[in-house]
Design a binder for this molecule. Structure first.
Ligand code: FAD
Length: 296
């Protein structure tokens, strides 16, 4: 099922994200975690893709496994930053052959190696080029794109960032998912600016439940996200107690989601990583709000 159809349904629901294994030896454990999350019946699940492309095959394998076994629609991520057009064309064919309907089209991060080698042998500068290639492939994919309420780190300012985002939408993006946010006001302000700039596709806010203190540093490094004082206080107070931190992190994310729902947002994307217990914890906090949908 296309995610664009799911987004037309006005009922409140969540999507969950998993990432594929880096090595073959961890494939089974990742697949088991992804399937456990799928058994909770989210609106859809996204499966990320390594920017280097080294584990590329696993994205499609996990996505297809979830769809076939649990009938949960999936979104397969694809990055292009370190690739040639031929490699990406092959990936697109693999996706078509596997019956993938939804693709999250991303540039990928500029790793130190890419910056050092001057991106030699890489054919892409921006995600918009991948979006155009997907459109030209004739596969009629539903295409997602990434967006940044706090401005992408390489962008000089929000105005330019939104102008480039608009190019992605004009090239064929059907919906957008935000970088993780810990303060919903950033999302509301961003959405206002997008609508003002004529970007009218659905935008899913991305929520990352922080369930251990070590995750905080990684999350900030990855996203540059603003941490509100009450979030910092939570990590200060509970960060050294694993169970307490997990409970507090789940409650914080659930509270953000309730606020988004209360303000009219109907679809929220949860960066659940490969943690079924976190997905379950969030659904537990929202069981009556979401109704029976998740009673798998
Ligand atoms: P782009 O849209 O190309 O934007 C990158 C930068 O270039 C921005 O600053 C933009 O303003 C600027 N720009 C765009 N077009 C132009 C132009 N024509 N001229 C000048 N500047 C321009 N990474 C992974 O490796 N795997 C994943 O699975 C993955 N999933 C993600 C999912 C989400 C929801 C998000 C938010 C991020 C994800 N990422 C993933 C990280 C992503 O790859 C990085 O944030 C990357 O740095 C930017 O990717 P993008 O697709 O947003 O790039």
């Amino acid at each position: 099922m296309k995610i664009s159809s799911i987004l037309k349904d006005e009922r409140m629901s969540l999507s969950f994200e998993v990432f594929p294994p880096k090595q073959e030896t961890s494939f089974e454990s990742v697949r088991a975690a992804a399937e456990k999350i799928a058994s909770l019946r989210p609106a859809f699940m996204s499966v990320t893709y390594g920017a280097g492309g080294g584990v590329s095959g696993y994205t499609v394998k996990i996505a297809k496994g979830i769809e076939e076994k649990y009938q949960v629609p999936t979104l397969a991520h694809l990055t292009c930053v370190s690739s040639t057009r031929e490699t990406v064309a092959r990936r697109i064919e693999e996706m078509k052959d596997a019956g993938i309907e939804n693709v999250m089209a991303l540039r990928g991060d500029l790793t130190p190696e890419l910056l050092e080698n001057g991106r030699e042998g890489c054919d892409y500068r921006y995600a918009v080029e991948l979006i155009r290639q997907l459109k030209e492939s004739g596969a009629n994919f539903c295409i997602g794109g990434a967006c940044y309420p706090e401005v992408h780190p390489e962008s000089p300012n929000q105005r330019e960032d939104i102008a480039h985002l608009r190019e992605k939408v004009e090239a064929g993006v059907d919906f957008l998912t935000t970088q993780m946010i810990f303060d919903n006001n950033l999302f509301y302000n961003f959405l206002y600016k997008l609508r003002e700039a004529g970007v009218s596709v659905p935008v899913l806010p991305g929520i990352m439940p922080i369930t251990n203190a070590n995750q905080v540093e990684r999350a900030i490094k990855l996203s540059g996200a603003f941490m509100p004082q009450r979030f910092k206080a939570m990590v200060d107070r509970f960060g050294s107690d694993d169970l307490a931190m997990r409970q507090a992190g789940i409650a914080y994310a659930a509270d953000q989601i309730i606020d988004l729902f209360a303000n009219g947002v109907t679809k929220v994307h949860v960066y659940s990583m490969n943690k079924p217990e976190v997905a379950e914890g969030i659904l537990g906090c929202l069981s009556d709000i979401l109704g029976k949908r998740f009673s798998a």
